[in-house]
Design a protein around this ligand. Structure first.
Ligand code: C2O
Length: 575
């Protein structure tokens, strides 16, 4: 439209050359770019908490490199595995339209990249702006293999808010004082919950409140009168986190690479996988202020890392060095402050009226929760160290998801290889029960299986995600690969279609890729299945994936090339 207008205006002054010039300029500035990167995954010495660890990193960086692109651009990332573990990289939140082969979850869309091998991920970003991230999607490698993925507006376009003076990615992480791969292996052996982390981190640094850490504390700069766009990412493995800054208001403008109707708060809550973009202003007396983050823990009687990570917001006019002055410490909510979490998530709105599907073709009801398996007869007691001699498990609709181990689901689907998975994942729980009540012990043991749910191309889908109180209720951050979805409602207790449907926001619900299902409650999401492929739906608390809190939505091809997945890349790893 702008181009046509400028041609018309210029033509009026019969300056056809100017018009052509304007047209060329407009075309070239809208030209999407292709960014080439190389990721080398390898063990690197990293010193944290008084000890040097041989840490798996990308290009020796922890956190890994930040990728910065514009909406419409293409990313080509060659990943070379020089570590001793299998690895894959997932581009969390990227829709991967027709490029599911580049999505990354091990044994879902690809076989892992074996040590000494490589694979090139290639995909374009269309219609997404804001903050996403990338992380390993194999075992617990993502504890240290992760980084930010920033998508700015198309060139010549601007943010729907005043341009900030600076932008800072803030990656919240979780650190173990031992090898995280050993932590999950040990838990898999014993059946118990894995050891909790030893620290949380901000941009890889635990901060002043931990031993041997203050030297490296992350400094976030700001100047008086400036605004800084903080791109906050929860890349912790297993912990939803509160986030706050002493004396500074946070204006939320986006989440999961979708814009939001701006709102102001003093505290953010992010489930693992979620991102939140906030503007802060340098409107306080020049000084040092702590940025702090700690656990939101909704599960009862479960161990968790109850430490606090800090970074320092430093006004540029304050001279470097603390000079004995301590930064101002903010108040953080109590670890179990669910009210704050609810108030925060209920503030989310899309900036304007959006196209939410109103007619629904697939009405799914998924219970999400934990379980306990009885000790198998051939297992020694030391392999059953869950509560009362059991082993932890988890499920959706009583199916505890098991990954294939010799081919990915997408490859098996594409080449028609039988025996890898079945498509009988249930649309609703096999048995109706009081999900958030006192659940009979006979329902605590789910059935393992590799089951997918088939969706026709273009079908309009609603999923009710219902937490259960089996073992313990808990706030589960549920992530769907390959899609953004509208969160039309959330609530507590058992979802009641008659009563709760009237509360659906079908006008301006937020668009996200990860929904935090309230503890002892439910959330309802809607989307159109317009992206063919095998898409993992799972809890982003990594320990829960291992226990089976996952399934795959298998979206079939539609009609013709543009409704079908592209052919697999030549270098797609084979098992
Ligand atoms: Cu961010 Cu399946 O993951």
């Amino acid at each position: 439209m702008e181009i046509i207008n400028s041609i018309l205006t210029n033509a009026k002054y019969s300056s056809i050359f100017l018009a052509i010039f304007a047209l060329l300029a407009a075309l070239s500035s809208a030209n999407p770019k292709t960014h080439h990167h190389e990721f080398v995954v390898e063990a690197t010495p990293v010193k944290r908490l008084c000890k040097t660890h041989n840490t798996i990193t990308v290009n020796g960086q922890y956190p890994g490199p930040t990728l910065e692109i514009n909406n419409g651009d293409t990313l080509v990332v060659k990943v070379t595995n020089k570590a001793r573990y299998n690895v894959t990289i997932h581009w969390h939140g990227i829709r991967q339209m027709r490029t599911g082969w580049a999505d990354g979850p091990e044994f879902v869309t690809q076989c892992p990249i074996r040590p000494k091998e490589s694979y090139t991920y290639k995909f374009s970003v269309v219609g997404q702006e804001g903050t996403l991230w990338w992380h390993a999607h194999s075992s617990w490698l993502r504890a240290t293999v992760y980084g930010a993925l920033i998508i700015r507006p198309r060139e010549g376009h601007s943010y729907p808010f005043p341009k900030p003076n600076r932008e800072t990615p803030i990656l919240l992480g979780e650190w173990w004082d031992t090898n995280p791969i050993d932590v999950i292996r040990e838990a898999t052996r014993t059946g118990a919950a894995p050891n909790v982390s030893d620290a949380y981190t901000i941009n890889g640094q635990p901060g002043d409140l931990y031993k041997c850490s203050s030297k490296g504390t992350t400094i976030i700069p700001i100047d008086s009168g400036e605004t800084n766009l903080l791109r906050v990412i929860n890349s912790a493995l297993n912990q939803p986190l509160f986030f706050t800054i002493a004396n500074h208001k946070l204006t939320v403008v986006g989440a999961d690479a979708s814009y939001l109707k701006p709102f102001t708060t003093t505290v953010l809550v992010l489930g693992p996988g979620q991102t939140t973009d906030v503007l802060i202003s340098g409107d306080n007396p020049p000084s040092l202020y702590y940025i702090a983050s700690r656990a939101y823990q909704s599960a009862q009687n479960a161990a968790f890392d109850n430490t606090t990570t800090t970074a320092i917001l430093q006004y540029k006019s304050t001279h470097h060095g603390l000079n004995g002055r301590k930064p101002l410490m903010p108040l953080l909510p109590a670890y179990n402050d669910t009210n704050t979490v609810t108030a925060f998530s209920r503030s989310f709105r899309s900036p304007r009226k959006v196209e939410v599907p109103t007619e629904i073709d697939e009405n799914l009801f998924f219970t999400v929760g934990l379980g306990l398996n009885k000790c198998p007869p051939n297992f020694r007691a030391r392999r059953c160290q869950g509560p009362n001699g059991t082993r932890f498990t988890a499920s959706i609709n009583n199916v505890s998801f098991v990954l294939p181990n010799n081919i990915s689901i997408l490859q098996a689907h594409h080449y028609g290889i039988p025996g890898v998975f079945t498509t009988d994942f249930p649309a609703k729980p096999p048995l109706k029960f009081d999900y958030t009540g006192n659940v009979s012990r006979s329902l605590w043991q789910p059935i393992p299986g590799t089951k997918a749910y088939k969706l026709k191309f273009g079908s309009r889908v609603q999923i009710v995600l219902q937490d259960t109180s089996i073992v313990t209720s808990e706030n589960h951050p549920i992530h769907l690969h390959g899609y953004d979805f509208y969160i039309v409602a959330e609530g507590f207790g058992n979802f009641n279609a008659k009563k709760d449907s009237s509360k659906f926001n079908l006008v301006d619900p937020p668009l996200r890729n990860t929904v935090a299902v309230p503890v002892n409650g439910w959330a309802v999401i809607r989307f159109v299945a317009d992206n063919p492929g095998a898409w993992l739906l799972h809890c982003h608390l990594d320990v829960h994936i291992k226990w089976g809190l996952a399934t795959v939505l298998l979206v079939e091809n539609g009609v013709g090339k543009f409704q079908s997945i592209e052919p697999p890349p030549k270098d797609l790893p084979l098992c």
